[in-house]
Design a protein around this ligand. Structure first.
Ligand SMILES: Nc1nc2c(ncn2[C@@H]2O[C@H](COP(=O)(O)OP(=O)(O)O)[C@@H](O)[C@H]2O)c(=O)[nH]1
Length: 415
């Protein structure tokens, strides 16, 4: 059934970007396949580009997208399942790319926080399985086609994607948009500063990144916080970060938090482990108490950029988007604009809700409060700051994947 649904390309997004007309010469069309091996899922993006002769980047004709859960890290002790996942998903690429083009269409996989957080040997065993599947495939397998991507690159590539899709990565444009990406294991912030002081003020070299495109060098403020993704933040708040190594089995331990509904008791799975979780039946609950709990995952960890002016538009996606949908702040399809204070208001609401029935989103108070805390006490955004919540732009996924493919073809010399 999974295979059948994978082969049903109705789930694809055929994207024709604005102001685009197909050139008569079809040899100008090229394809690329990118796998995003994230901590919570694996996704495949099949891009169709049109090469233009100008000095601009190419035009994206369309993207075919498909995703599956869980992420490869959940197969840490059964790596063959990682191979099976990728093999099944490759069928989507075979359907989307004309057979004659397979041999020159590159196939790449980049893994993010899920594999970054595994012991190196175990992560490599998963990557080896994927490499084997690629090598057997009819696609072009470039050198270094399967690897773990570092967090800074993830942020820069997402910035490149969003600025490309919003039309800001052109020769003549001056303004750009910033990005906020909240993954399961890590979170990224990236923007092009207007003030020199923002670059001078950073705590380390891993807060600045550069790349070359359009005959210039872009110097970005960019940082990835490993351990500050939404799911690992849940572990931190629950006090379950090191639970794996403890001598008491996970099935016998209950992880409590004031951020969960008082009478709630349930199971929650992440990274191949299942945790027993519950509210704090005898203690305080509510936004304030929860905020103090989540603050521990943010305070002293997140750097506040010197400049976070209201005149830079920030696009927020991944879990910023998903949690805002769960909270009813935005619709599932179109996203929308939200102020930081909207997250706070909803967090308060979610944390004060008491229902007799099992809640549909037991983690909503924790997730909304974490996001509010990350934005305000973490990065230092004002409550009035407007964020553009987006899952897709012009029908293309808001993700680092497109940026990674542009980097592959155009060697953006990210450093
Ligand atoms: N729509 C969409 N969502 C994505 C994509 N990539 C990641 N996400 C979302 O990102 C979140 C988790 O990111 P993930 O990659 O698992 O975490 P990471 O490993 O910490 O980077 C979830 O909310 C996913 O739905 C994508 O290409 N498209």
């Amino acid at each position: 059934q999974v295979i059948n649904s994978l082969l049903d390309l109705s789930s694809s997004s055929r994207t024709v970007l604005p102001s685009l007309s197909r050139p008569a010469n079809y040899s100008h069309i090229f394809y690329a396949v990118m796998f995003d091996a994230g901590s919570t899922g694996t996704r495949i993006h099949v891009f169709t580009f049109i090469h233009t002769d100008s000095e601009e980047l190419p035009v994206l004709d369309n993207e075919m997208f498909y995703s599956t859960k869980p992420g490869l890290s959940a197969y840490v002790d059964i790596p063959e399942m990682a191979a099976q996942t990728v093999r099944t998903m490759l069928k989507v690429a075979k359907n989307a790319v004309p057979r004659l083009e397979w041999k020159r269409t590159p196939v790449l996989l980049r893994a993010t926080a899920g594999l970054r957080l595994l012991p190196a040997g175990k992560a490599q065993a998963l990557l080896d399985q994927v490499q084997h599947v690629f090598d057997e495939s009819p696609f072009f397998v470039p050198d270094n086609s399967v690897s773990i991507m570092n967090g800074t690159k993830e942020g820069i590539l997402a910035w490149i994607t969003m600025n490309f899709l919003t039309g800001h990565l052109r020769k003549e444009t001056k303004s750009t948009v910033g990005i906020l990406d909240l993954g399961g294991g890590s979170t990224q912030i990236t923007f092009l500063p207007k003030l020199k002081k923002t670059i001078e003020d950073v705590p380390g070299a891993d807060y600045i990144a550069r790349f070359d495109a359009l005959n210039r060098t872009f110097e970005l403020y960019s940082h990835s916080y490993l351990g500050n993704g939404q799911m690992v933040a849940r572990l931190a708040v629950l006090g379950a970060l090191d639970a794996e190594g403890s001598c008491v089995g996970l099935e016998w331990r209950v992880f409590r938090s004031s951020c969960l509904p008082k009478k709630f008791r349930g199971e929650w799975s992440f990274g191949g482990l299942t945790y027993q979780v519950s509210g704090d039946p005898d203690g305080y609950t509510g936004y304030k108490t929860c905020y103090q709990e989540v603050l521990k995952a943010v305070k002293g960890i997140i750097h506040q950029p010197f400049e976070l002016e209201d005149n830079t538009v920030f696009y927020a996606f991944s879990y910023y988007y998903d949690v805002a949908v769960d909270a009813g702040l935005i619709g599932d399809v179109h996203g929308g604009r939200l102020q930081v204070r909207d997250f706070k208001k909803k967090a308060k609401e979610a944390c004060s809700k008491t229902t007799k029935r099992p809640p549909a989103f037991p983690f909503l108070c924790m997730d909304m409060t974490y996001i509010t805390c990350l934005l305000k006490d973490g990065f230092g955004f004002k409550e009035s700051t407007v964020l553009q919540l987006s899952k897709k732009v012009n029908n293309v996924e808001s993700s680092w994947a497109l940026g990674a493919i542009l980097d592959h073809f155009y060697n953006l010399n990210i450093r």
